[in-house]
Ligand binder design. Structure first.
Ligand SMILES: [Zn+2]
Length: 372
């Protein structure tokens, strides 16, 4: 993440409760026997999961929550009791995500058969996609639905995506109550296709902007590159990239000098994590894409009427930006970095380009008038 999450970030109680259901189920499934109500907790959320079954809901053909627990139970019975125990220990013993980020266990569930793994994945996807929104699950938690949790998260962490600092999490609408606000997608830091036991783990789910979650990250593995190399990742609760970034502007003699994003650290482990962050969210491509034309940025941000105004504008925008601004304004962190890099260099080439464009524009304007 570009910015570490606020330590007071609210946990979504529905996820805490559903995660507890998973652990309770895995523990009580070890003994085998028949599929029964006591495999789920005795509380309201356990009951809501149990009641959410094909036989109880009219006009539903596909499996619901209880049916998916049952399918997993059936597959687990084909495993040895030792494997069932191992699965419970694997899930219960790896609940601390900070420990997992420090020492990732990439093959955590590799001992399971494909059928069991897939039944687990199907159940967990259903818990995340559908069970979390059941009225009785929400009522059995603290009454807060995911939209309300998102509003609470945004109050604490700001409107801008913590992973990139480039996009708003979701448009905020006045006159709309929290539970009806549009919300951002919740990203599974550890993707549910490879790490299904974390599909409803409250620490694993973080609201991110659509570009980060849907366009860039998708199901990328934080701890393994697409080429299969092991890697490490920034822990969103304790580590951030923002203090390790600098801009360099190169090809100064070209009509359009180019911006390059660089790491300002020699720490090999940290660089590995920064590279993961860049790969997962396509940070470098997005940043260098925005500043492909630095002249465009100067015109848009300053619109100088002479060279002195350009110098003064860059100097003013190079000043440190308040945290509050960074939290509510898209690109504020990155734009300041650009102006800081520009502030220390000769800007004659940019001014010449701006003047050239304006002359061209005027000529074009006259041409259109004459042509008309
Ligand atoms: Zn983002």
């Amino acid at each position: 993440m570009l910015f570490v999450l606020d330590p007071n970030s609210p946990k979504f109680m529905v996820f805490e409760k559903l995660n507890a259901e998973l652990l309770h189920f895995l523990e009580h499934a070890i003994a085998g026997g028949n599929f029964k109500r006591s495999l789920l907790t005795s509380g309201d959320v356990g009951q809501a999961c149990w009641d959410n079954a094909k036989e109880n809901v009219a006009n539903v053909k596909s499996d619901l929550t209880r049916d998916k627990f049952k399918k997993l139970f059936t597959e687990l019975k084909k495993e040895t009791e030792g494997n069932r125990q191992r699965l419970y220990y694997a899930a219960n013993g790896h609940q601390d995500l900070t420990a997992f980020f420090a020492a990732p266990n990439r093959g955590l569930l590799s001992f399971l058969s494909a059928n069991t793994f897939n039944a687990l994945k199907t159940l967990m996807t259903h818990l995340y996609c559908s069970t979390k929104d059941l009225a009785n699950v929400i009522a059995g938690s603290n009454g807060k639905c995911i939209n309300t949790h998102f509003s609470d998260f945004r109050v604490i962490n700001g409107q801008v995506c913590r992973a990139c600092g480039m996009e708003q999490l979701a448009p905020f609408r006045a006159n709309i109550e929290d539970e009806n606000q549009w919300r951002a997608d919740y990203d599974h830091q550890l993707c549910k296709s490879k790490y299904p036991i974390y599909a409803v783990h409250p620490d694993n789910l973080i609201p991110l902007c659509r570009v980060c979650n849907q366009d860039a990250k998708k199901a990328k593995d934080l701890f393994k590159s697409t080429l299969g190399a092991n890697r490490y990742a920034l822990n969103p609760y304790t580590e951030q990239a923002s203090t390790s970034i600098e801009f360099e502007i190169v090809n100064l003699n070209d009509p359009e000098p180019q911006l390059k994003l660089k790491w300002n650290t020699q720490d090999v482990t940290l660089i590995d994590k920064l590279k993961t962050w860049d790969d997962v969210y396509e940070i470098r491509n997005r940043v260098e894409g925005r500043y492909l034309s630095i002249t465009d940025r100067l015109e848009d941000a300053i619109n100088p009427s002479d060279y002195a105004e350009l110098i003064a504008g860059v100097s003013q925008k190079a000043r440190p930006v308040p945290q509050a601004t960074i939290r509510r304004s898209s690109w504020a962190f990155w734009d300041q970095k650009l102006f800081l890099a520009l502030n220390g260099m000769d800007k004659q080439a940019f001014w010449a380009e701006i003047e050239f464009r304006r002359e061209q524009g005027e000529e074009g304007g006259e041409y259109i008038i004459q042509g008309g």
